[in-house]
Design a protein around this ligand. Structure first.
Ligand SMILES: Cc1cc2nc3c(=O)[nH]c(=O)nc-3n(C[C@H](O)[C@H](O)[C@H](O)COP(=O)(O)O)c2cc1C
Length: 203
């Protein structure tokens, strides 16, 4: 299979083997790779809760219009936007500690981020959270497949009820529910608008 085939073949899978298990080690590895996703100023404003418990999943299914994939998945990834990572001092400290910048560059790099955010204040609002976490989630879906699992991005769920049930801090912004598991049935074939409907090449 070529890389292109691999990427094309990601589809939403909704029928999972309820007996298939995933180890915590695999979950952590998957998320470590997924965090290579880009984000504005490398703020990495994501927070992920992973539910790996069939009784809890049955309750999450009730909050999700009874969508069966929530109960049967090997794990449920709950992706939240974490606005507290939109913190210039925190990322600059990280950049210094990881030798991404030197002490002598600190002021210039800090000012550069401030100038960027004056131009794009929306990047550190809920809009930015949706955008950065969308990139993270897409990367995560491909990584999940590289580990031999499939997934289904979902927002058809009551995040407020989930947050109360799992005691998830209210300052986090719910982005996506992502059940992952071993497929018993493939996803539907892709149906998309023709390429000419959305592309214009300007020469
Ligand atoms: C924001 C978002 C919310 C979605 N919510 C659900 C959902 O609640 N249940 C579901 O079965 N699929 C859900 N989907 C999956 C879409 O239906 C699916 O991605 C789309 O039909 C294209 O199919 P594909 O993922 O197989 O390419 C959601 C996808 C996105 C991006």
């Amino acid at each position: 299979m070529t890389l292109l085939d691999f990427l094309d073949e990601r589809k939403s899978v909704r029928i999972f083997d309820p007996k298939a298990q995933i180890s915590n080690r695999e979950i952590m590895d998957i998320l470590a790779h997924a965090s290579d996703a880009p984000s504005g100023n490398n703020f990495q404003p994501w927070k992920v809760f992973v539910v790996k418990n069939k009784e809890k999943q049955a309750i999450l299914k009730n909050f999700s219009f009874n969508q069966q994939q929530v109960a049967d998945a090997s794990a449920i990834f709950l992706i939240f936007g974490n606005k507290s990572n939109y913190d210039i001092q925190k990322i600059m400290k990280f950049n210094l500690e990881n030798c991404i910048i030197s002490e002598s560059q600190l002021i210039e790099k800090t000012n550069r981020v401030r100038t960027y955010l004056k131009l794009h204040p929306e990047d550190i609002s809920n809009e930015g959270l949706r955008f950065d976490n969308g990139l993270f989630a897409m990367n995560l879906m491909h990584i999940i497949r590289a580990f031999g699992y499939e997934s289904n991005p979902m927002r058809g769920t009551d995040f407020q009820k989930i947050m109360e049930f799992l005691n998830i801090p209210q300052n986090l912004v719910p982005i996506l529910m992502l059940p992952i598991g071993k497929p018993l049935k493939a996803g539907y074939p892709h149906q998309r608008y023709p390429i000419n409907d959305f592309v214009k090449i300007i020469e």
